[in-house]
Ligand binder design. Structure first.
Ligand SMILES: Cc1ncc(COP(=O)(O)O)c(C=O)c1O
Length: 437
């Protein structure tokens, strides 16, 4: 007799596996496949020797060994929180006090992903509205669905989130009274996952001003997800949105040591309005009493000795080369493909391709199986979008993550993608657009 069903919560039932699990699985199963799908980091440059030396140094002294192996505080290791505050403020060319910040406003989290989750726990009741860029970080979209939030989107252009569209949306929500449900505006403002686009400098103070102006019922917060900020390859660093939040009221800034150092250390950080720190810490206490102390002590050691900054510089060099290889290969292979265009990121790990509308890049379309047959894998752009009221999402976009593939594989992977498109052109010409996975 079958046993009775599990009494799962509504939240659990709303929470699904990542849409790209299928693609990651494919990459593992298919020998010789070149994967531009998984958003992992470059493996050969992971700082194994540096982390090994830091752990050895910590364990050599009984006092530091005990501190690193004991429970820490929920906020995180204070010397590392001080270094994080210095890192962010230095990048913005300000002293912490100039923007109303102190070390008390910094929390260390288990990757920046944990902050995304905790903030939702702290802010949302079911039906509350979050405004994101379209497209956006698809893992965050899944999380919002799981937390019962309603996601509204605004388009992007070369300068990132379109603030005229955001203003029009906020005005419309004010007219309908729904502004009372708007809790958060989410932006990945440096070399965005998935497009590689960056929010233009001039838009940053305007975004804070928009949030401030529409905060008539309660504060509408901005979640600045700066996960890729330290992976800049060209030009000067761009001032954070947080820099323009002078009273530390509107912007929750989050970033991570995963990209410039090592995701295995699972350490991210956040700088947030002071009155939000307590509620977030209470929830984090329920999670874990504080993120793993060992990772925090290792990072503190790496930052104290200058190793972290040297390593981040090295990693930037690795990705600069990979990004250049990807862009050159696209120019070479797709020059004769009418109507395709791609972003030219100044940092990060992603290039975003937009095909003419008839090329179906989606999981149910023809390009996915053609690409798999050619030996290359990408993430369908539709995963980054939220369907509109009619269920429509753009199905002609592709995310290329150039982080994991070996430099020698990158031109070959792009050549295979072009080959897959060629096969498609032929079958389209014969009127046979086949169904995919
Ligand atoms: C935009 C963005 N935010 C947050 C994260 C979470 O990263 P982590 O938890 O490793 O800090 C990722 C991971 O890829 C990401 O792409």
């Amino acid at each position: 007799m079958p046993s009775a069903p599990l009494p799962l919560s509504g939240r659990s039932l709303r929470t699904t596996d990542s849409p790209i699990s299928y693609f990651i699985q494919k990459a593992f199963e298919t020998p010789g496949l070149i994967s531009f799908a998984a958003g992992l980091v470059d493996e050969p440059s992971l700082p194994a020797a540096e982390v090994g030396a830091a752990v050895a140094a910590l364990m050599a002294d009984p006092a530091t060994a005990r501190a690193a192996l004991q429970y820490g505080t929920t906020r995180g290791y204070t010397p590392l929180r001080e270094k994080v505050l210095d890192l962010v403020c230095r990048a913005d060319g300000v002293a912490p006090g100039d923007v109303g910040l102190s070390v008390d406003d910094v929390i260390l989290t288990t990757g920046s992903q944990q902050l995304l989750y905790l903030l939702g726990e702290a802010l949302f009741d079911p039906g509350d509205i979050v405004i994101t860029e379209a497209p956006s970080y698809f893992v965050y979209h899944s999380l919002l669905v799981s937390q019962g939030a309603r996601v509204l989107t605004v388009p992007m252009d070369d300068g990132g989130m379109d603030l005229d569209a955001l203003e029009a949306l906020l005005d419309q929500l004010a007219r309908t009274g729904e502004i009372a449900r708007v809790k958060l505006i989410y932006t990945v403002d440096y070399y965005q996952n998935p497009t590689g686009l960056t929010l233009a400098e001039a838009r940053r103070p305007q975004l804070v001003e928009l949030a401030r102006r529409h905060s008539t019922r309660h504060r509408i917060l901005i979640l600045e997800d700066a996960a890729y900020r330290e992976l800049r390859y060209s030009g000067d660093d761009i001032t954070s949105i947080k820099r323009f939040d002078e009273g530390n009221e509107f912007v929750v800034y989050t970033s991570t040591f995963s990209k410039p150092c090592a995701p295995g250390l699972r350490t991210g950080y956040t700088l947030m309005p002071r009155d939000l720190v307590g509620p977030v810490l209470n929830l984090k206490g329920n999670h874990d009493f504080g993120s793993a102390a060992l990772g925090q002590h290792v990072l503190d050691q790496l930052m104290s000795t200058g190793t972290y900054h040297r390593h981040a510089e090295k990693v930037r060099g690795v990705y600069r080369e990979k990004c250049g290889l990807t862009l050159r290969a696209l120019e070479q292979e797709f020059a004769d493909f009418p109507g395709v265009k791609w972003t030219v990121p100044a940092g990060g790990l992603y290039v975003w391709l937009t095909f003419p509308p008839h090329v179906d890049t989606g999981p149910g379309g023809s390009l996915v199986p053609a690409a798999l047959a050619a030996g290359v894998l990408y993430v369908p752009g539709e995963f980054g979008h939220v369907p509109d009221e009619t269920g429509w999402v753009p199905r002609n976009e592709v995310r290329i993550c150039f982080a994991v593939a070996d430099p020698a594989q990158i031109p070959e992977g792009i050549r295979r993608l072009r080959q897959a498109c060629r096969g498609l052109e032929r079958s389209t010409a014969r009127g046979k657009m086949t169904a995919g996975v």
